[in-house]
Write a protein that binds this ligand. Sequence first.
Ligand code: ZN
Length: 394
Amino acid sequence: MSVPESNGEALAATFDLSAVPRELGRVEAAEPGPTLICLGGLHGNEPAGVLAIDRVLKQIFRRSEGLRGRLIGLTGNITALAAGRRFVRHDLNRIWRPGRVEQLSALAGPLNDEDQELVELNASLSRILDEAPGRVYLLDLHTISGPGPAFAILDDTLQNREVALDFPVPLVLGLEEKLGGTLASYMTAQGVTVVGFEAGMHDDPTSVDRAASAIWIALDSCGVFEHETRSEVVEARDLLRRQSHCPARIVEVRYRHNVAEGESFEMVPGFASFDPIAAGQEVGTVRGGKVRAPRSGLMLMPLYQDQGNDGFFLVNEVRPAWLPVSAVVRRLGLERFLHLLPGVERDPNRRQTFIVDRRYALWFARQLFHLLGFRQEGKDGPRLTMTRRRDQLL
Ligand SMILES: [Zn+2]
């Protein structure tokens, strides 16, 4: 397989990406209801989401009866979309830390590239949240540089899970623990229901079809279509079901290969997302040496572009039977007893945070915390910091 082009040139030919507005459009129904925000182009070399939002908005404008609530289309990184690059200075999907957002928003005057994008996008999102009379949903549309089926990504809260399970594609859990600073985590922490959707390869026109399908399904599952399931939704489910053959329905990220700044990492050509990988298998090269998979699993998002610090991820299947079990234990509030476990103590300053010392804790302590809806926030040698995600359905 040749290394795919990743600058969105082919798609850009059908849509002017040189000056995309922050708000792509909105449909507001007379009847109040949920708000669905669809976001495209958080990475500038991923125009498929922007095109899909534009397409669905036009179709809904043509036939807008039977709606309640609002659909709002937003653009992510306007500057990087115009440049056809993932980002100009910073990855706009790695800098959403509450302190930084607050600090940048308080500064006067235009800022540099992604800092300015972050402030503007945050202002738009905050305005939408302030005005929303009901529940708010965010569908964050992306594409990737390597082949493979479409898939959904979520921070594993019960409310995110409820919507993500409605997409007939593989679901990826635990990515936020490996990345940090994603918009999805930032919005999930504010009580928004967020699903990330990876629609396919950057330049593939069918990625736009899959992203549009994700929007139709989201409109249906969050209840913007109140009375009927429209034919577009049925077709969208069919399309994703046909195009999402994968050995696992739900997977959890177990490993991320970091590409250091300025390092010339090269993926071995030919990998696709969800390809089985054996421990020790050669998957790339760096500084003339071989990069081998440190564990077995399934490949996810092999890097076939020159920007980005995620070389590849390895995921393992999560047995779907665990999902209802974990929903039940979360509703029972079993975290009240966690500090009684060996090697586990409550953070003295934050009630929803625990320190797990892996030298003394049970071998499955980390999995147990995941089951209860905690995520790993930090690591200091053998000591892990596990923080509670907000579950809205308790
Ligand atoms: Zn992306």
